[in-house]
Design a protein. Structure first.
Length: 135
């Protein structure tokens, strides 16, 4: 069920939806995109953008931890630490769900311009947000 909470010991309870989105995200992240494929992957509300949005919603709803998210879509492109200049910049441009504490794990959507952020206090997911640079 979509509302079921998962634990590290209960890896098989991921929803089909989150696994489908994660597989596509991992595929795009592990492919050097060029030309038309790159343009499509960067489209606003394109398949990749939607997959990231749905994955984020499901991860938040399920309360996945850092390890589970990394297992599903791989490690973050970068980690933003509190008190860094990148943190102050990201804080102004990010729309959050939850109350983000700890480090922010950033997954790039359109390079560093637009990013999906997961906030983790240790392994615990404390927030999910989108950083849009509106460029």
């Amino acid at each position: 069920s979509c509302n079921a909470m998962t634990t590290a010991a209960d890896q098989n309870s991921f929803t089909d939806a989150i696994q489908i989105h994660a597989q596509y995200i991992k595929e795009i992240r592990n492919t050097a995109l060029t030309g038309e494929a790159k343009v499509r992957a960067r489209q606003w509300s394109g398949r990749y953008h939607q997959a990231l949005q749905h994955f984020a919603q499901e991860a938040w709803k399920l309360g996945l931890n850092r390890q589970q998210i990394e297992d599903l879509i791989g490690p973050a492109d970068t980690i933003v630490e509190p008190n860094s200049s990148a943190f102050a910049h990201a804080e102004q441009l990010t729309q959050w769900q939850g109350k983000p504490t700890g480090n922010w794990h950033s997954y790039f959507w359109r390079g560093q311009h637009d990013q999906l952020l997961f906030a983790f206090d240790g392994q615990t997911l404390t927030g999910v947000g989108w950083l849009y640079s509106y460029e």
